[in-house]
Structure formats: C-alpha cells, structure tokens
Design a protein around this ligand. Structure first.
Ligand code: G3P
Length: 219
C-alpha cells in the first residue's frame, strides 16, 4: 500500500481535494493497489465517503467530551476515518502519547502508522506492534532526493529491526520519493509500501504520477 500525505499543500486546498481523491480512487481501482489519503484535518469530512481509505495526518491523545481543538481517534472513527499517522516528523509527540495512541487505535480497529526518524526509533516503536512503522529521514523530506537512493541502508536496517521485533508490523518508508523507480528501489530494499507527499501532490499531472507509483508497487 502507499499513503499519500497531503500535508497543508495549497494544491489540495478547499474543493481541490475532491478532484484529487477522485483521481486516486480511479487509479487505485484500475491497478488494484491500496492507496490511502491523509487530507488536511479540516477537509476530512469532505472526502470521508470516498472509496479509498482516509487517514488522519495526526491524532491527539485526548478524550471524548469536554476537550477543545484536539483531533481524537473516537470521533475520527465516527467520520469513517480508517487510520492515522502518529508522530510525523513535522508533528512530533511524546513517546507516552505514541504508546497510548497505538493502543487506542488498535482498540478502535483503526490503522496506526507510527512515523520514525531513524532505526533506533524504528526498533523502539515496533515493540508497540503498530500496523505500520514509516521511516523517514527528516532531512530528505520534501527534498526530491529519495531515501531509497540517498540512504538505502536505513531502509534495510529498519526493515530488519521491525521484522525481528514482531510478526505483524509492516515497514513503510518515505522522504523525497518522486518516481516509480524510487518506489521500486524502496520495495527491493525491504519496504512494504511508501509514505509520500510532495512527489505526488506537487506533480503537474496527478494521474500520471499516481499511475507510475502504482505500476511500481505492482512489479
Ligand atoms: O509524510 C510524508 C513525508 O513526510 C514525505 O514527504 O514530500 O518527501 O514525499 P515528501
């Protein structure tokens, strides 16, 4: 599977997210590739009836009821959100919150994707048995220089760490991935999927690039 983190890019602001989601739905169906989208939090309601999984970009360890401004798993679930990124490099949280949120998402049967910056963190958080660990070297995020080319060893080592810690967690990688070739290389190195943002959102032709990623996922 690959997850497209829309971040707060202007390209998918307002109604533009609808056009984007439609394209992803079509490509996902045509190539039979599982693609999830993480829209900006305030746009989740606009796309929650989509045929593809919708993830949150971030979730807070806060409770149902008298809490203000937090995004909480229980209410995301009621809005048909399937899962969430946790601890993205651009929105880091405490290890206590990571641990509580992985447990909470599991209880709710939602998919947890814990983002980590290095192999040490991959090892540490794979012990929580999240559904996915996504390794992203922060310095390569948004750089157009793919982690699979610049730091291949980090994918190999993270995959080893995750696979030896438990049987269930799958490994994703991301940062700077912009082409089908980058995707293929990441999969060869042991990644089971991709977490991507600018390489797709900022591409001139969304359909073309999502198809390119999908073909690479299928090879
Ligand atoms: O969450 C995905 C991410 O941080 C990678 O960003 O723009 O390098 O694909 P990008």
């Amino acid at each position: 599977m690959f997850i497209i983190n829309c971040k707060n890019y202007e390209e998918i602001s307002g109604d533009k997210i609808l056009k984007f989601v439609k394209i992803v739905e079509k490509v996902s169906k045509k190539y039979k590739v599982k693609i999830a989208i993480a829209p900006p939090q305030h746009l989740i309601g606009l796309v929650s009836n989509s045929k593809i999984p919708i993830f949150a970009q971030h979730v807070d360890n806060s409770k149902v009821g008298s809490t203000t401004g937090y995004v909480i798993p229980e209410l995301l679930k009621k809005s048909k959100v399937t899962g969430s990124l946790i601890n993205h490099s651009e929105h880091r949280i405490s290890s206590e919150d990571i641990s509580k949120l992985v447990m909470k998402l599991r209880e709710l049967k939602m998919i947890s994707v814990v983002c980590v910056k290095d192999v040490v963190e991959a090892k540490k958080y794979s012990k929580l048995n999240p559904d996915y660990i996504a390794i992203e070297p922060p310095e390569l995020i948004g750089s157009g220089k793919a982690v699979s080319n610049e730091k291949p060893e980090i994918i190999i080592k993270a995959a080893d760490a995750v696979n030896s810690a438990n049987n269930n967690t799958k490994i994703l990688c991301g940062a700077g991935i912009v082409s089908g070739q980058d995707v293929s290389k990441a999969l060869e190195l042991g990644s089971e999927g991709i977490l991507v943002a600018s390489g797709i959102i900022k591409a001139k032709n969304w359909k073309k690039i999502i198809e390119e990623f999908s073909k690479a996922m299928n090879n």
